[in-house]
Ligand binder design. Structure first.
Ligand code: FES
Length: 304
């Protein structure tokens, strides 16, 4: 996973934890039982409330009977107290204080009431979680998706076929595979005349007298090095051996070295690394192995 992908995952986790914490705090506050509604007057002393003449402007001296009956009218305690005090102290006629302030409470439908705090946080949490999952999904897809251009997993131009043919076959006739890191493959010669007597005929793994072998040992995945002396590939991990066209020769490997489809495109060799081609152990070998001493210890594990 790249650094950018790690950063995206970490930021997503931090945002998710933060929103979750805010939601929990807000939810607990909104659910605290017995928490009284606070009024600005509740913090005042009795003398101060008496001195507050503004209370005279909104005295409450009566509650409409019909409103009390259907519980649609509510008068706050503070306002009732203020009205009584005002009535006691004022020398104005009672009729002058008949102003009634009521607070009418009407039930609203959920659509009319809109979104309350709990709904808001629930939806915010859901949206954040969705974004977190989405970002991670995109990161994983980007990580797993095969590259469509350039790099392993795509079609790679490994060079001019004419040049490669001279590179991999030396003047004395010995073989020297060319390793292409980008393709994770060895380019080795494979004579066109040998195709018909090999198991690779018609499989598209030979072009321009060349074939491309995957670097990984088919036993447990070690990278298989080339052995110049024996003219073959010999795995140092458990002793599997393959001839220079990747056919199985010895050791615990269950099959030939894997390979890629190749194509001659206007004299250039294209290796299709998006698909790894597996083949069974070769019964009849196409080329001779070994052609000299082995590079790995003679006491390597035997074939299983
Ligand atoms: S990984 Fe190559 S022989 Fe085991």
């Amino acid at each position: 996973m790249t650094t950018v992908q790690l950063l995206i995952v970490a930021l997503s986790a931090i945002v998710l934890v933060g929103v979750l914490g805010a939601f929990v705090i807000a939810y607990r506050r909104s659910e605290s039982p017995g928490r009284p509604a606070r009024s600005w007057r509740s913090g005042l002393s009795r003398e101060t409330r008496k001195a507050d003449r503004s209370a005279l402007a909104t005295p409450v001296v009566a509650r409409p009977a019909e409103a009390a009956a259907d519980h649609e009218v509510e008068v706050t305690e503070t306002e009732a107290t203020a009205a009584e005090e005002a009535e006691e102290e004022s020398e104005e006629p009672v009729a002058a204080m008949q102003a009634v302030e009521v607070m009418r409470v009407e039930e609203l439908s959920p659509q009319e009431a809109g979104v309350n705090r709990r709904q808001f946080f629930t939806r915010a949490l859901g949206a954040t979680f969705g974004a977190f999952v989405g970002l991670n999904g995109i990161s994983y897809l980007a990580f797993l998706w095969p590259r469509l251009s350039g790099g392993f997993g795509s079609d790679i131009d490994v060079g001019a076929i004419a040049d490669l043919q001279t590179e991999v076959v030396l003047n004395d006739g010995s073989i020297l595979p060319k390793f292409v890191p980008e393709a994770r493959a060895y380019i080795v010669p494979f004579a066109e005349s040998d195709i018909s007597r090999s198991q690779f005929e018609g499989s598209g793994v030979v072009a321009g007298g060349l074939t491309a072998l995957f670097q990984r040992c088919v036993h447990l995945g070690c990278r298989v090095p080339w052995c110049d002396a024996s003219q073959g590939f010999e795995c140092p991990c458990h002793g599997s051996k393959y001839n220079y066209v990747g056919e199985y020769e010895a050791g615990p490997a269950p099959r030939n070295l894997d390979r890629f489809a190749v194509e001659d495109q206007n004299g250039r060799l294209i290796v299709r690394t998006g698909t790894i081609i597996q083949t069974a152990r070769a019964i009849a070998k196409t080329v001779q192995y070994p052609q000299g001493p082995s590079c790995i210890a003679l006491n390597a594990p035997t074939e299983v």
